[in-house]
Every structure is written in structure tokens, then in C-alpha cells.
Design a binder for this molecule. Sequence first.
Ligand SMILES: Cc1cc2nc3c(=O)[nH]c(=O)nc-3n(C[C@H](O)[C@H](O)[C@H](O)COP(=O)(O)O)c2cc1C
Length: 272
Amino acid sequence: MTLLNVDTEKCKQDGLCAGDCPAGVIYFKPGQYPELKRGAEAMCLRCGHCVAICPHGAMDHAEVALADCPPIDPALAITKDQAVQFLRSRRSVRRFKADPVEKADLQRLIEIGRYAPTASNAQVLRWLVINDKGRLDTIAGKVIDWMRGLVAGSGEGLLPYMPAVVNAWDKGFNSIFQTASCLVVAMAPAGSRNGMVDLTLALSYLELAAPQFGMGTCWAGILQHAMESSPAIKAEVGIPADVPYHYPMMIGYSKVRYYRLPERKPPVITWA
Ligand SMILES: Cc1cc2nc3c(=O)[nH]c(=O)nc-3n(C[C@H](O)[C@H](O)[C@H](O)COP(=O)(O)O)c2cc1C
């Protein structure tokens, strides 16, 4: 099979595939069947737009197989109001049930994360899952040691929240991971120019999908800051030193429920 395979029985020669191809690699002339431009194989983004846009199921792609691309079910479409409420009701969850997080649930959420867009459809993200309260306690302890140094130091690098975090730890509360026993870290390799954007979007997908699975998430920004400042903490988490882009997210079964949609500042827009 070549990269593109057109089923000539089904193709209506409407040119939709060629017109929507973001890389412009499909040659089409009215009255003919679409085909991959000569020598254009490397330029194809493997984004599957040509498969997705064909209403006749006539286009197959060697790396985005038609058989793996289910039809969109109009019955599952959501209304504008549903979309707004869905997006507005996303919350950072910090209170988690003590139940161990099932590997299958984590796998399902991470699989949803891979449908987030990636620049040039690069799909180079890697995932690290630490599903072990003991390990999270050890990592948090290292973060606290690092933070204690800053609290006791000259003031350089000290952030306003740090004394309270250290204080809480000394009183037995872990503000770094709250009540989470599981951490998901999204990573992108060196050389991925949009690595940080790609992994942020994937984690956002996880965050949005989590409540539908009875789960909740919270970005672990304190740990991220510690890892950016201390290679030893990054190593403790298990992120290879040569992986420059990463962000950790707490995850677990949510213990809380919210009843209202909190308001946010109005957008600042320049209509240029
Ligand atoms: C990049 C990023 C880092 C964050 N880091 C932390 C964190 O370390 N600890 C925490 O409790 N919440 C953290 N949060 C959650 C924010 O505090 C939260 O998004 C904000 O207060 C708004 O609440 P909401 O997410 O429920 O809308 C982080 C959020 C983002 C986007």
C-alpha cells in the first residue's frame, strides 16, 4: 500500500481531501482521483485530515488507517451550553480519595491526552507515571529540603508561598502534592520546538477528561519549579537530564464536588 489509497468505488472526486490537506501533498484535478504528489511522502503530516474529511470513506492512509478512524456520531455532539458548562466546570482538584489509582484508568486518560494537537502533528510526548504515595512523599521531602534552603537563605529565589509550604509540611501537611498519591508527568524531548506547548495541551485534555472518569487533577507547579531549579529533584522524579520539557500533574479519584462556576477576570482584548 502506498501512503494514500483511494477506493475508486467510493470516491466521488469532490476534491475535499486535497482541499483540506494542510501540507498540500494531494494532487487533484476534477474528473480524476486524488493522489499523493510525487516525492511528497515526507511532507505528509500524517494528520489524517484527508481520511476525516471524506464523507464517503474513500480515503485510506497507510499510517492513519481508515479502519482506526471511527465515524463521528452526530448523536454525541454537545450543545453550545453544554460545551460552555463542560469547560467552565473544569476545576483543580486537591482532595483525593485514599483509594489506589487503577492503572487502567490512568492508561485511559493518557490515551485521551494523545488526541490533543501537537505542532506539525509531531506526537513526540512521553509519559511518566508515579503511582506510589511513598515515592511522592520522598520527592516532596526533597522539595521541602530545597525550599528550606531558600527560606533560610539570602532571599534570592525565595517566593512568597514557600515559608507557608515548609510550615505546613512541618505540621504534617503536604502542600506539594496535597492529598494525591499519583503523579503523571508529560515530557517532550530536546529539539521539539513546541514541546512545552504540546505537553501542556495534552495535560489539559487529561484534566478536562478526568471528571468523566470520576477523577480529578491538579497541576503540580511547586514541583515543576523545584525541578527547574534543582537537577537532583528532577532526577529524583525520574526525568532524564536530557529531557528539557516536562510538567507534572497530580491525579486521583476526586473527593470533592463543585456546585457553581466561579467567575474569572474579563478578557483583555486588543481588537487590532
Ligand atoms: C501551571 C499551573 C500550575 C499550578 N500549580 C499548582 C500547585 O502547585 N498547587 C496547587 O494546589 N495548585 C496549582 N495550580 C492550580 C491553580 O491554583 C488553579 O488553576 C487556579 O487557582 C484556578 O482554579 P481552578 O483550576 O479550579 O479553576 C496550578 C495551575 C496551573 C495552570
